[in-house]
Design a protein around this ligand. Structure first.
Ligand SMILES: Cc1cc2nc3c(=O)[nH]c(=O)nc-3n(C[C@H](O)[C@H](O)[C@H](O)COP(=O)(O)OP(=O)(O)OC[C@H]3O[C@@H](n4cnc5c(N)ncnc54)[C@H](O)[C@@H]3O)c2cc1C
Ligand SMILES: Cc1cc2nc3c(=O)[nH]c(=O)nc-3n(C[C@H](O)[C@H](O)[C@H](O)COP(=O)(O)O)c2cc1C
Length: 806
């Protein structure tokens, strides 16, 4: 008998071809320490950063995971610390980096910071004991997401270490009854620390940090010090700072070293973590212009006459671009796809938010395009945009209810304000640089270049670094060391030490680096320190997709409300002006103001501040205007598989985004396949005023009309709660209560699904309380506890789903 039959041979041939294609096309997407243009080394990091361009050096490593043990051996030091982070938007990675910096400077102990996704985590079971006087310690900085889930970069490690027990109760972990591949003593003698990142407004607070801690212990691991927990709802920073001294003390005891602290080192000059290497022998094509990954996703060049492909509209001047077809690449969070903005339109505009200040503040200049100042009042325009992004041809797929992540670009006006404060000339901004770890700094070993290089200083400041980030206390300490004026330096050190001073002067008024440099004018800080230590990377922004994948599989809809607000900002003592204590500042969100600028430029309107124009006459360009780096993040927020089941949706404000998609999808199904008998589809929507900020009003009304006229057979209802209309304040939870009997029927009797989207802080709780009350009132529950247990059970069964953010 032949060993292989024809089908086997066909399958094996297909596998062989696919493997070859995979290696041929995707092998650049790994990451590795490489030499760029002969000018220095760049340690690749997690997320879309730290990349090197293809062709600029040896290709990054393919798919094999890196060895933790080899890394540790290479450090060749009797004490070693390795920190892993589970991070979606960078906070966990940032905190791990800060602990690493402290252990190197305070204890003189080399520390590695690693993305678990890149390492062979099964090596933890072969962790070296404390033989020959060596001390090894492992740290986990783990954020929790969704319904108590790990971040994307931790999923694989988490599934392996938890061995099927990872999705249970937060204090335990349910045993699924399956075989546990890890022995009870698999981590015998393994020493570790844990800091969990979470948010108390979520049901499964800090679930991942807690479950991991418990599991490591049950496998024989020994935790050093207390487990830290940070609550993003209150203050992650406060929680981290409160935990830090105790964990440093515990580590000092474990490693048997003296904690030199940082205050004792104030007289010593700052040793920068990175230095700038000259970018010599580098071609234009090797330079990054805002791309997030080396695996060149797409390139465009100006179309020749008669050549038609992607249309670009350049602030009123028509320009055609053709895409330079490149090799295929799998897009993900580390290799975003550049999706074109297909449409952008205002959903509402000009609804004002009013802020009133007392007269001890300088008011901002009047007559600004986005706000009005009247005496002590600042009135800010509110805007909301609908944007459709093109994912056709990318291989990306989404399902209704998923999220899209986008990386925004800073405002050029903000960049110029910072450049001025730093004394950077246009020429210096346009210089191509390579940032590389500075060997003089003990922490250089684990320092990761935070953005792809080589790039210009301008690109780094516009595309990769968050110019609006509030300056942290440890960064004020760095700045103090570059301060020429003694009084300013003393004040900066005081702010770095004294939280009671720092919070009102810096944190509450959201002072970013440009703001601080403006106040402390004697600071002269090198650009390598600015790029490598004073500005965090720009974090991805998520949006709940507001289009239906059934209706528009190639388009991703985003519904974004502009973030813009006014704040009082006190001056530090040395800058009090005219006897007034401070000024009023108007701040704006990075992503939403950028979307608005893109919209205005697309529409031929005068954009508020420049939209980067990187269109080259001669060379292919990396990212044309109106293309956003994006990726799709799958979520559990999904319609029931059985369309006959009722759905109850509660989504005020932009919380309506996924429900626009849900309602459209169910309406579409009911109109095209009436035999499916789509179940009740009830939406509770809230806004301020029906004529001012009602999102997608025309669309909902058209569907309501279609139903009322009998054209479509669907029990569709859109309940409207207006909070500033006819002198009443009505909120979504009131409407849910008012329709309690029917809501109960759908949820308690008909097996319905309940969805909540939008504000995590207040609304989500109020709505949950309203549903609990309905269970008591209409469901005959004997007590409030029973009603609460019923809602909890709905969650466990996946029939109460939240998509909330704060
Ligand atoms: C899963 C998920 C889905 C989301 N879906 C949507 C969506 O569909 N639509 C949508 O519009 N947004 C959505 N968001 C929020 C979105 O990701 C961004 O956070 C939001 O658009 C603001 O981004 P930005 O870059 O403009 O603001 P940023 O530059 O990030 O600034 C926002 C920060 O400014 C500060 N801030 C804001 N207002 C004030 C104030 N009045 N006083 C003091 N400080 C203030 C807050 O610290 C806030 O975190 C979602 C978030 C998540 C996590
Ligand atoms: C969409 C979303 C879901 C979240 N879900 C949870 C959760 O279930 N439990 C929790 O404790 N925190 C939750 N959080 C809070 C995050 O864990 C917290 O903001 C953390 O600081 C993020 O860290 P990162 O920036 O490293 O990704 C959630 C945050 C977001 C944006």
């Amino acid at each position: 008998m032949a060993l292989l039959d024809t089908t086997d041979i066909i399958i094996l041939t297909v596998i062989a071809i696919l493997t070859a294609v995979y290696i041929r096309y995707f092998k650049d997407s790994g990451s590795k320490t490489v030499t760029v243009g002969g000018a220095g080394s760049v340690a690749a990091s997690s997320g879309p950063a730290g990349s090197v361009k293809p062709g600029s050096a040896e290709s990054p490593r393919a798919y094999g995971k890196k060895s933790i043990l080899k890394k540790l051996q290479a450090l060749d030091h009797p004490s070693q610390l390795i920190l892993f982070y589970g991070s979606q938007t960078g906070t966990a990675e940032d905190l791990a980096t800060r602990i690493a910096k402290d252990t190197t400077t305070h204890f003189n102990i080399p520390t590695l910071i690693c993305d678990p996704e890149e390492y062979d985590m099964t090596e933890l079971t072969r962790w070296p004991g404390e033989a020959e006087g060596k001390k090894w310690l492992c740290g986990f900085f783990m954020a929790t997401y969704g319904e108590g889930e790990p971040t994307d970069n931790v999923v694989e490690f988490y599934d392996w270490i938890m061995a099927g027990k990872g999705k249970g109760e937060d204090d335990g972990g349910q045993d699924d009854g399956g075989d546990d591949p890890l022995e009870d003593d698999a981590l015998d003698g393994f020493k570790y620390i844990v800091f969990g990142l979470g948010n108390k407004t979520y049901e499964h607070y800090n679930a991942i940090g807690r479950r991991l801690d418990k599991r490591l212990k049950s496998l024989g691991g020994v935790r050093i010090g207390e487990r830290g927990e940070g609550d993003d709802d209150a203050s992650m920073e406060e929680d981290f700072l409160a935990w830090k001294p105790s964990i440093l003390a515990a580590m000092a005891e474990y490693f048997n070293v003296e904690d030199a602290g940082s205050i004792g080192q104030r007289d010593k000059p700052h040793v920068p973590l990175f230095e700038i290497a000259p970018a010599t022998n580098i071609s234009q094509a090797q330079v990054f212009w805002g791309e997030y990954s080396a695996g060149k996703p797409r390139r465009w060049q100006k179309a020749q006459d008669g050549e038609e492909d992607y249309e670009m509209v350049d602030s009123g001047v028509g320009e055609k671009f053709v895409e330079v077809r490149s090799r295929k690449i799998a897009y993900d969070a580390k290799h975003p796809h550049y999706g074109r903005i297909l449409t952008s339109k205002p959903l509402f505009i000009d609804v004002h938010d009013e802020y009133t200040f007392d007269n001890t503040y300088h008011m901002p200049r009047a007559g600004h395009k986005r706000y009005l100042v009247e005496n002590t009042k600042v009135r800010i325009e509110r805007h909301c945009l609908h944007v459709d992004l093109d994912i056709s041809g990318s291989g990306l797929k989404y399902e209704t209810g998923d999220h899209v992540g986008v990386w925004p670009v800073n405002d050029e006006e903000h960049l110029m304000r910072l450049a001025k404060a730093l004394g950077l000339t246009e020429e210096e901004l346009d210089k191509v640089v390579i940032l590389k770890p500075n060997k003089q700094n003990m922490a250089a070993e684990s320092a990761k270049v935070p953005f792809p290089v080589p790039c210009t200083v301008r690109t780094a400041l516009l595309h990769y670094l968050d110019l609006a980030a509030i300056v942290k206390q440890y960064q004020l300490e760095i700045l103090a060391k570059y301060c020429k004026d003694t009084a300013e330096r003393d004040l900066l050190f005081e702010l770095a030490d004294n939280r009671e001073l720092y919070v009102p002067l810096i944190e509450r008024s959201r002072k970013d680096l440009a703001d601080v440099l403006d106040v402390f004018q004697s600071i002269e800080v090198p650009i390598a320190v600015v790029l490598g230590e004073l500005l965090p990377r720009i974090a991805v922004r998520y949006y709940s997709i507001s289009s239906s994948s059934k209706e528009e599989p190639n388009h991703v809809g985003v519904t974004a409300v502009m973030v813009r607000y006014a704040l009082p900002s006190q001056f530090p003592s040395h800058r009090v002006k005219d006897g007034k204590e401070g000024n009023v500042v108007v701040k704006q969100g990075i992503a939403t103001s950028w979307l608005q600028r893109l919209h205005e430029a697309r529409s031929g309107l005068e954009a508020e501040a420049g939209v980067l124009n990187n269109h080259s006459e001669t060379e292919p360009i990396p990212i044309p205007k109106f293309y956003l780096p994006l990726y799709i993040r799958t979520s559990n927020f999904k319609l029931p598989r059985n369309p006959r089941l009722p759905v109850v949706m509660v989504g005020p404000g932009t919380g309506v985004a996924p429900f626009r998609a849900f309602v459209r999808e169910r309406y579409h199904l009911a109109s095209t396949s009436p035999e499916m008998k789509v179940g009740p589809t009830w939406l509770f929507y809230g806004c301020r005023h029906p004529d001012k900020d009602f999102l997608y009003r025309a669309e909902f009304e058209a569907m309501e009309k279609g139903v009322a006229s009998g054209q479509v057979d669907l029990d569709l209802k859109v309940f409207k709660a207006y909070s500033r209309y006819e002198g009443k304040k009505v909120y979504v939870q009131h409407m849910v209560r008012d329709n309690g009997k029917d809501v109960w029927k759908m949820m308690g009797e008909m097996g319905g699904y309940f969805y909540v989207c939008g504000d995590a802080k207040h609304m989500a709780h109020d709505v949950q309380n309203a549903l609990t009350e309905l269970a008591l009132k209409f469901g005959g529950m004997a007590s409030e506890d029973k009603a609460k247990a019923w809602v909890k059970d709905l969650r466990t069964k996946g029939r109460y789903l939240e998509d909330v953010w704060s």
